[in-house]
Design a protein around this ligand. Structure first.
Ligand SMILES: [Zn+2]
Length: 297
């Protein structure tokens, strides 16, 4: 299933995949398998990651929230890049797959990114000891551009292509039902970030209100140490109820529309002021036998 963040609808397409028999990674909640899209394998050399819950009774809604969260973070990344920081950031696209031949099991799918994987911060104030400027500034940017209503953290991935973020929101504090799942620690999580964050050269370039500024100039700095002429344009965030739970959306400022994507592996920006829909068609085979699957969002 593929999620269209503009309409908040999921659309379904059938596809065929080939999945490794054994996982290449195992976390606390999910196992990760390499996966090939047999329909595209001749045209693009892309490997995907299939993430399956260890808990066989995992609520499908958890998968939905994870995909929504990653696409939301991807939209914030597009806004960050709009201001031409020295290093652009991105999140890999994510969608869901329903394995018809495995009793309709639902799993999450995203493009596999190869290279050294790093976690730059987490959802409770941890900052990697190398304290790279770009990922830390991106988290701070997300907080400012969304008018302190949310924070994108748990920044991790290869170089500045990220995956598996967490978003803390102030929405839902009173109802005990926060958007974006269990890792959303609300204001408490935001406060932990604000305690440990130290503003760096990229925060200064973006004219973000300073938090514990670092005085030494280390890491990535803008050319000639410039700052932007104007302040960043804040995004209006909407909070609404969908399917009995809270969700969030936003609209990019006029003129900030992200570049439309043509590739299946890079699609669905969240915050666009132009309507975009991307379709995928995949064909799949599991462990040697063909499997008809539905992409669900
Ligand atoms: Zn900062």
């Amino acid at each position: 299933m593929i999620f269209d963040p503009n309409t908040r609808n999921w659309h379904i397409e059938k596809t065929m995949i080939k999945v490794d028999a054994t996982p290449f990674a195992k976390g606390g909640l999910r196992m990760a398998y390499h996966m090939l899209d047999l329909d595209l394998v001749d045209r693009e050399n892309v490997t995907y990651v299939l993430k399956v819950s260890i808990d066989p009774d995992e609520d499908v809604d958890v998968y939905h929230r994870d995909v929504e969260m990653q696409l939301f973070a991807k939209g914030i990344a597009e806004q960050f890049n709009y201001y031409n920081p020295p290093k652009k950031v991105g999140f890999v696209g994510a969608w869901l797959l329903k394995l018809v031949k495995r009793g309709g099991q639902v799993c999450a799918v995203e493009r596999f990114i190869s290279g050294p994987y790093r976690k730059h911060n987490n959802n409770y104030g941890f900052v990697n000891e190398d304290e790279r400027n770009t990922p830390q500034a991106f988290s701070h940017f997300s907080y400012e551009v969304c008018k302190h209503q949310l924070l994108v953290c748990d920044i991790q991935g290869v170089a500045d292509l990220y995956t598996d973020p967490q978003i803390h929101t102030t929405a839902g504090e009173d109802k005990g039902d926060r958007p974006f799942g269990k890792g959303n620690l609300g204001q408490k999580g935001i406060d932990q970030f604000l305690k440990s964050h130290r503003c760096n050269a990229i925060c200064r370039y973006l004219k973000l209100p300073p938090i514990n500024p670092r005085f030494e100039e280390i890491g990535t700095v803008p050319v000639d140490n410039t700052v932007m002429q104007k302040e960043i344009e804040r995004i209006n965030i909407r909070v609404f109820e969908v399917g009995g739970r809270l969700a969030m959306g936003g609209l990019a400022p006029e003129g900030h529309a992200p570049t439309p994507r043509a590739s299946k592996s890079e699609h669905l920006p969240l915050l666009s002021n132009k309507k975009q829909t991307t379709k995928i068609t995949i064909t799949a085979e599991e462990s040697g036998s063909n499997c008809e699957c539905c992409l669900v969002m």
